[in-house]
Design a protein around this ligand. Structure first.
Ligand code: MIG
Length: 819
């Protein structure tokens, strides 16, 4: 079993230990840089500027700096050391600048100021120091020294650097999948997508590159997105307590400053730049069962059968690499799966979708059509010396498509046709860091087309996986005739959320890894990748029933909920650990299914408004300094809060509840927020709270999404004084019609005082939902309802089968009053 304290191959300890830092610095600086005649060059005094619409160019006589206003709250900075900018191109950005924003340049004796209605970018004339302030003149982010660069004679370009001041109280969040504390203060991290089997706490880099962070100082937040695909580094007050730096081994120094003041504003604006995930099909939010690998066909049928027999809900079963013929992508092993179409249609008939694995490595084999097509069309990557890039992966000797070439991507998209025709509903892209056995990844000199902007692997490495899953997504969208694809990827770059969900790779079945998972998913969520999950139960190693069950509980509140495990481990189905654990797992998977209308609505808030699904406490209450280091409890959407149990034998845990009022979900105990509580954690419960004032929709338990139509939708109203808003979203569930307004987003505004409760309903969108009415249940009412009026008519409470009282409401009710 893997030893979690050992560092892996790619290890780079993040702790700000001086020795480690010295190592890192030596690693960053190419030895040739130690030559005495090579030094860092800095911008000097500003000599003048010119303005073209939203863009202002400043120069020190030789170098140029571009300040481009994207929107009121987003300003981009670019540096051209020699005075000429590269062509403007980014894989991350999906937003065109707002041409209607007002941009003003004001000059005084000390500064040039580029001003919008909310943000001022100040450029100090004497030394090109750049800072950003709000309209109150409060500087939130300031250069420590002017932008600088350093020639690398080896690759013939520049290392580019930006060094900012770090305030004494400043906290830092973001950076994707880093397996470390939520607040990155005191850490140095590196971005270079890596296959990191059995990674450890603090190990870095991992699979994803999201060069975006949020800084919070004195309760105010801003963001920096360093859009550079080369190997990048961030140092958050680690080397120098008063400095934050980011730099890259090549490419352009180009970053976006994003104004707050709320962390939520920053994340929403980051999403505005880089896009959000499309609405997933509802089944993508159900419970998924995966394994390396379920085969042959009888094994798959048996697993599916057990779920239905035991009445444990499940929506998807995964086939890992062994379904392929000799690991050749887009083929079937006919010995294991003689009639895949029949198997998939039988699974479908029982409510199971089939998701299969696709890797980037294509077996070198002239009798294999995918290889033939790729070879004939010159679609595979080549090294600097023009030979094909070859490496060993599962199929043996492989070549690799250049996914940065749009023509290659279109071709790749068509390859899915056979599997789609067989009925496969979703695809899982793995090994796309890209991973190569033995050598790790491609050599640096492999060339890439990069959308016509050409570059070596140093530039394309971190986007390779993103472009692979983009090809997958685009191809599937066509093949499914505009139905929503389901995709999942391991490697990612900023913006990957537009094409796929993600998982955190090869974790370990330990309690420590359960905790790492809670940190990674919160971090991914504030880094734009909200549709994320861990391998529930741990990929390598063996969990016991308790760890598996506690992880399943966290899984309910993971945006993507999938159990997965390595091939050499024991069984990992919800029933594999005996009947007691099975019963608890079942209860929690059922909870996931009850919450689906809430989860789906939360997804809509993510898709439409860029609100992250998981919200660290720091984001819920950023004014409180202590919250900057809270990392165990987190919000799931607007109205739920959880704190997963992370230790064996834990009988209770301390949970901080933010300001407001909260109800413990399992028995509706009421809590005043703004303080810590010790919460009992019996094995069949977990700290899970609903915010007072919320209306939470619930489905009845189903064995899979869409098993039956819900005609009377349950709503639970949790009483709290004051005014609160809740959303309920519904749509067709399968198509992209919501993009044309075919959806309904309902808003419930509740206003409560000691004597009465009012609910007003409003809605947007053109869709008529399936449900015709609501069953409204009241939780925590401080008075006995005497009179209920719905749209002016008196109604009385009804009793359900369990004797519980509820109010029957027409779906389109406008106003309820309860006294
Ligand atoms: O070299 O396809 O992270 O989820 O089961 C291992 C086999 C390749 C790594 C993935 C894991 C998957 C496994 N893959």
């Amino acid at each position: 079993m893997a030893d979690t304290t050992k560092k892996g191959d790619f290890a780079n300890d993040l702790l700000p230990n001086p020795e480690t830092l010295d190592d890192t610095i030596q690693h960053v600086n190419n030895p040739v840089l130690d030559l005495p005649n090579i030094e860092k060059l800095y911008l000097t005094a500003v000599k003048g500027y010119s303005q073209e619409a939203n863009t202002v160019y400043f120069t020190d006589g030789k170098s140029k700096v571009e300040v481009k206003v994207y929107s009121e709250d987003i300003i981009r900075i670019r540096l051209a050391p020699e005075g000429s900018f590269l062509e403007d191109f980014s894989y991350a950005i999906s937003f065109k600048e707002d041409n209607y924003v007002s941009v003003e340049v004001i000059e005084d004796s000390e500064y040039y100021k580029v001003k919008t209605n909310t943000t001022i970018c100040l450029i100090r004339k004497s030394d090109f120091n750049i800072s950003f302030s709000n309209m109150e003149g409060q500087v939130l982010n300031r250069d420590h020294s002017a932008m600088h660069w350093e020639e690398n004679v080896d690759f013939g370009g520049y290392y580019v650097y930006c060094t900012k001041e770090a305030a004494a109280d400043e906290a830092f969040f973001g950076l994707g999948d880093k397996a470390t504390n939520l607040n990155l203060r005191g850490k140095r991290v590196k971005n270079w997508n890596s296959d990191t089997y059995s990674y450890a706490f603090n190990q870095d880099p991992l699979y994803k590159t999201i060069p975006f962070y949020i800084g919070v100082t004195e309760g105010k937040a801003y963001g920096i997105f360093f859009d550079n695909t080369f190997k990048t580094y961030f140092d958050f007050a680690a080397e120098h307590q008063d400095q934050t730096s980011f730099w890259s081994e090549g490419g352009e120094l180009q970053y976006y400053y994003i104004q707050g003041p709320k962390m939520m504003d920053v994340v929403k604006r980051y999403h505005k730049l880089t896009g959000t995930h499309y609405m997933p099909a509802m089944w993508g939010l159900g419970y998924h069962q995966c394994r390396w690998s379920y085969y042959p066909e009888n094994k798959v049928r048996e697993v599916a059968y057990e779920f239905r027999k035991r009445e444990i809900p499940c929506d998807a079963i995964y086939l890992d690499i062994d379904y392929m013929d000799g690991y050749r992508c887009f083929t079937w092993n006919k010995r294991y799966f003689p009639d895949p179409k029949k198997m998939i249609s039988d699974l479908n008939a029982n409510g199971f979708k089939t998701v299969v694995m696709i890797d980037p490595g294509i077996k070198v084999d002239d009798n294999y059509w995918v290889f033939k097509q790729g070879k004939d069309n010159n679609y595979f990557c080549r090294r600097g010396d023009d030979y094909f890039m070859e490496g060993f992966v599962w199929p043996g000797r492989c070549q690799f498509p250049d996914f940065t070439n749009p023509e290659v991507r279109s071709w790749w998209g068509t390859l899915y046709k056979g599997l789609v025709d067989d009925g496969v509903a979703g695809f899982w892209n793995d090994m796309n860091e890209p991973a190569v056995f033995g050598r790790g990844t491609f050599p640096n000199d492999v060339r890439h087309q990069f959308e016509g902007h050409r570059g070596s692997h140093r530039k394309a490495h971190n986007v390779y996986g993103m472009q692979m899953v983009r090809a997958t997504y685009d191809g599937l969208k066509k093949l499914y005739k505009n139905k929503r694809p389901f995709t999942i990827t391991r490697a990612a770059y900023a913006g990957t959320q537009r094409y796929s969900s993600v998982w955190t790779g090869d974790n370990i079945a330990t309690w420590e890894h359960l905790r790492i998972g809670t940190l990674q998913l919160q971090r991914l969520s504030v880094s734009g990748l909200s549709f994320c999950g861990t391998d529930i139960g741990g990929f390598t190693g063996e969990p016991d029933g308790e760890l598996y069950t506690r992880w399943m509980q966290f899984g309910v509140f993971s945006p993507f909920m999938r159990v997965h495990s390595a091939g050499d481990t024991r069984d990992r189905e919800p029933w594999s650990f005996g009947p007691e654990w099975e019963a608890i797992c079942k209860k929690f998977i059922e909870l996931r299914y009850k919450l689906l209308p809430y989860i789906y609505s939360t997804f809509w808030l993510q898709h439409k408004y860029g609100e992250p699904i998981l919200r660290p406490i720091a984001m819920l209450e950023q004014e409180k300094a202590k919250n900057m280091i809270r990392e165990e409890e987190f919000g799931f959407g607007n109205q739920l809060l959880v704190s997963p149990v992370l230790h064996p034998g834990q009988a209770n845990k301390i949970v901080y509840l933010p300001e407001g009022t909260w109800y413990y979900y399992f028995d509706n105990t009421y809590y005043e927020g703004g303080q810590e509580y010790t919460i009992d954690t019996p094995l069949d419960e977990m700290p899970f709270f609903v915010r007072g004032g919320s209306i939470i929709p619930e489905y009845p338990v189903m064995q899979f999404t869409g098993e039956r139509r819900v005609e009377s939708l349950r709503l639970n109203l949790y009483y709290a004084e004051g005014e609160h808003t809740s959303s309920l979203y519904s749509d067709h569930g399968e198509t992209f019609a919501y993009e044309q307004g075919v959806y309904v987003e309902k808003h419930f505004i509740t206003t409560c005082d000691a004597k009465q409760v009012n609910v007003i309903q409003g809605e947007d969108g053109l869709y008529t939902p399936y449900y015709t009415d609501f069953n409204l249940y009241l939780v925590g009412l401080p008075f006995e309802p005497k009179q209920i009026t719905v749209d002016g008519n008196k109604v009385s409470m009804q009793q359900d089968d369990e004797g519980k009282l509820f109010i029957k409401l027409d779906r389109d009710f406008k106003k309820i009053n309860i006294q």
